[in-house]
Design a protein around this ligand. Sequence first.
Ligand SMILES: *Cc1c(COP(=O)(O)O)cnc(C)c1O
Length: 419
Amino acid sequence: MSTVTAIAGDNSALAFDVERIRQDFPILKQQVYGKPLVYLDSGASAQKPQAVIDAMTAGMDTYYANVHRGVHAMSQRSTEAYEEARTKIASFLNARSTNEIVFTRNATEGINLVANSYGRTFLQAGDEIIISHMEHHANIVPWQLLRDNLGIVLRVVPVDDDGNLDMAAYADMLGPKTKLVGMTHVSNSLGTIVAIKDVIRMAHDAGAVVLVDGCQAVPHTAVDVQDLDADFYVFAPHKLYGPTGVGVLYGKEDILNDMPPWQGGGDMIMSVSFDKTTYQKAPLRFEAGTPPIVEAIGLGAAIDYVSAIGMENIAAHEEGLLHYATDRLSRIEGLRIIGQAQEKAAIVSFVLDCAHPHDIGTIVDRGGVAIRTGHHCAQPVMDRYGVAATARASFGLYNTRDEVDVLADAIDAVREMFA
Ligand SMILES: *Cc1c(COP(=O)(O)O)cnc(C)c1O
């Protein structure tokens, strides 16, 4: 089903042919204001290869039906395809079992699920949750809601001037009151790659469980939840070249089965009567109502697609782009890169001394270049660096050095207009 043209049986980085990969993404043939589209906003949402589009179309025009419900042929095929997607995710993350993979509406819902189900069951007043200063709002606000509800304490690990997590401060914060650590694997605003395996080990030594926000990590690097020993790991399929409308929550099976449902409805029950209702085990216990069937199938195709190219090859390609972009942009006068951590994913946030990020974004867009501007759903970390907003270029497997040059030239043009 998946049509990967980029790699022909060779798994080396040398075989990574970005020009052939680009052919797999129909949108990259678009022009914007008469200029070729230079899409540098994959951190907000990535573009979709034809294989994903085709799989979703097939999921609607050849075997569409609701899942887990019908004895008829279409429902069986649809259920098989939906559950096959779960199997693909389990092996992609190296989970022990498909029972550890819960489909949600988006990554945000996965975090809210854990906060509401695990949090309300196992945490009480005085307990502590630790997050970092560079979390996305999705990994801040659910814990604040829980804090206000239960009277728990939310503690925040600082980052240094370059955007590295302060591991010493984290070690100091951990203690017998720590019940949960919610930490990003890769920062969406700074690009920092957190030493998440150490974060998890230290939390476990203190007796806490860990939820990892993997939204920006999964598209850029191979993730092995068993090796990390993560208790929960969430990611956003639409940032992994898959569709919107579906999210993934990985959870250790025994922990998931100890957690109560947080939404009730069809599909999550064993039996219902007005006196007593019994629930399915994980993952169905957490999938009340009709799930994102076609979206899950599309995600399965996205996983096939990136797996055929190889996450190591994607990581190597993007690392090359990151170094090239960092070098090229730092040579622009008056440009300051926000986030220069030792370990970084292919995300470059920056400000200019002469122009507001919003103006930068608008002007480079006229040249066909799509970048993100704003606070990137991470206002606290913007405050940390004394800026209200940044411009952000985030790279995906289809980006090229030529595109970095186009961006750099467009920023030069901004400078000429404002300086
Ligand atoms: C995008 C993102 C989220 C939220 O993803 P949704 O798809 O909006 O639910 C959470 N955390 C990080 C780090 C992100 O980049």
